[in-house]
Design a protein around this ligand. Structure first.
Ligand code: ZN
Length: 243
């Protein structure tokens, strides 16, 4: 079986300018996730960051990506509209997209969701998050227990301004009392999209095995299938039509 080609995209700003974040992710969130997933023989992993030419998302790279993972926060506005459109077209054509944490406010997520807000409640006091698996039969929940606990996380609370997910796999509870839809599946065109909430840069969330397990499951779920090429418009009949 051929490997799933995964590109992990990161804006890579906090890790270069904030000592605390640099201490957790010295080479960046993208390299941390890439390193942890490298042992999985089903994946062929590449990374790309905002400051590369074309944000590292050239036509060639995207055409050779089965699943794109997206982490951004400070610099959503710096992502060029032309590149956003290029990513959107690839998703509609079947590329999987996994949007992590603050990627809820990225141009690409908003464009694919059809909202321009993605707004929510938040508080970065470092509180416990308990992610409840509410669809244990879903492929993204494969191998998980009833819940995952993250000892310290930023809180995201409802209401989260998104269209109702096609499938909701996780709901988070936070120590301070809020809840949040933290594992949301969507289909846009031929592409599978998964929004996964955890991953505030000031906590070592992407070093936690269960979180990486979910990301791995999501890659397998989001990977494209080799379906027929669709055709559109006026076509000749396959059989003679007697009118
Ligand atoms: Zn955050």
């Amino acid at each position: 079986m051929s490997k799933i080609k995964v590109t992990i995209w990161n804006e890579f700003r906090h890790e270069r300018h904030n000592e605390k974040v640099k201490g957790i992710y010295p080479e960046g969130i993208h390299m941390a996730i890439a390193g942890h997933l490298a042992g999985n023989e089903s994946f062929e992993i590449k990374t790309a960051v905002l400051d590369e030419p074309e944000h590292g998302l050239t036509e060639e790279t995207l055409n050779n990506t089965d699943v794109l993972i997206w982490w951004g926060h400070l610099a959503h506005g710096e992502v060029q509209d032309e590149i956003v459109e290029r990513v959107r077209a690839r998703v509609l054509d079947g590329m999987g997209l996994i949007v992590l944490h603050s990627g809820h406010a990225s141009k690409i997520f908003q464009k694919l969701m059809g909202t321009n807000t993605g707004i929510l409640k938040w508080r970065d006091d470092g509180e416990k998050e308990r992610i409840w698996v509410i669809e244990p039969g879903h492929p993204i929940a494969n191998g998980l227990g009833e819940y995952i606990e993250i000892p310290k996380e930023e809180m995201y609370g409802e209401r989260f301004e998104i269209p109702a997910p096609d499938e909701l796999v996780f709901i988070s509870w936070f120590e301070g009392g809020e809840v949040f839809r933290s594992g949301c599946c969507y289909k846009r065109g031929k592409g599978n999209i998964f929004y996964f909430r955890p991953g505030h840069e000031e906590f070592p969330v992407y070093h936690q095995p269960e979180i990486l397990h979910v990301i791995s499951n999501a890659i397998l779920w989001a990977a494209p299938v080799q379906g027929a090429k669709s055709s559109y418009g006026r076509v000749a009949p396959l059989e003679a039509v007697h009118s």
